[in-house]
Design a protein around this ligand. Structure first.
Ligand code: SPD
Length: 286
């Protein structure tokens, strides 16, 4: 039998859970002004992006997260024309949003230029639409952007890292009041909402903030192999749109390109396991 010396990299999540994967080599490693950025080539996940040692995206299954953060809200809005992405420097969310013909303008506000640089250089599968003329990429703090902008958006996507370092304020009430102020009347906001097994308190905090600000609040789940524990959530809020009643099927030209999202997944994602439902129910509004 051929012997193989595996090198392993581990992510430690919330100090309680460790996930490891075998690596081939490091392709990029920089200490930016905000965090440590690494791109590593792995044996099973393809190339992966890590921020401060936390796995952000992998070539293997990035489509799950990026399709679910984008197509659930975009297919629940009557006419999404302007989309704001906070974070999202790897480009995967912008790629999915730009598949929608109704979308005229996407503003993406990423705080860390090294994330964009690393992905443009090494993770083309997500970075492939970063030069799209409909996309305005601003390298600045998303918190400051939503506080100061006069622009209004139909869909706002909070494509954040975990609530540590520069992303911690993205899980606060002040930020969401400012997000609400830059949304159009039928606006929808979707946020990365952590893992219901490993970070339920953070999930509840985010839902409680949205519940105080919006008339409709939902949580929906997806599963992947890249993020610790496998089962992860997004939260969705709006004053008018109900993603279970107001969604329409995607155009066939988009649907046939997708690898995770479809109308059945859209509906099923809102069916919560009992343990999660019991904990978050008080914050959900339809
Ligand atoms: N632990 C990872 C949580 C999700 C982070 N967001 C990923 C960004 C992908 N565009």
């Amino acid at each position: 039998m051929k012997e193989r010396m595996n090198l392993w990299v581990s992510e430690i999540f919330n100090d309680v859970y460790k996930m490891s994967y075998s690596v081939k080599r490091t392709l990029y490693s920089e200490e930016s002004d905000f965090q440590k950025i690494d791109v590593i080539e792995t044996d099973h996940l393809g190339k992966v992006l890590l921020n401060d040692g936390l796995l952000m995206t992998s070539e293997r299954d990035e489509f799950v997260y990026h399709e679910m953060i984008s197509h659930v809200p975009l297919s629940s809005h009557p006419n999404p024309r302007k989309v704001l992405i906070i974070g999202g420097g790897d480009g995967g969310t912008a790629r999915e949003v730009l598949k929608h013909e109704s979308v005229e303008k996407v503003v993406m506000v990423e705080i860390d230029p090294c994330v964009v640089e690393a992905c443009k250089e090494h993770i083309q599968v997500t970075a492939c639409e970063l030069e799209n003329p409909k996309l305005t990429l601003l390298i600045q703090d998303g918190i400051k952007f939503v506080k100061e902008t006069d622009e209004k958006f139909d869909v706002v996507l909070i494509d954040s890292t975990d609530p540590i370092g520069p992303a911690a304020p993205l899980f606060n009430e002040d930020f969401y009041s400012d997000v609400k102020a830059c949304m159009n009347e039928n606006g929808i906001v979707v946020s990365q909402c952590e893992n219901p097994f490993l970070a339920l308190e953070m999930q509840k905090k985010l839902l409680s903030i949205k519940s105080g600000l919006f008339s409709k609040v939902f949580v929906y789940n997806y599963s992947n192999i890249t993020y610790p524990g496998g089962l992860w959530s997004f939260s969705l809020a709006s004053d008018t749109q109900n993603p279970l009643l107001d969604s329409r099927p995607l155009q066939e030209s988009i649907a046939k390109k997708l690898k995770y999202y479809n109308l059945s997944i859209h509906k099923a994602a809102f069916a919560l396991p009992e343990f999660q439902k019991k904990e978050v129910q008080e914050y959900l509004k339809s």
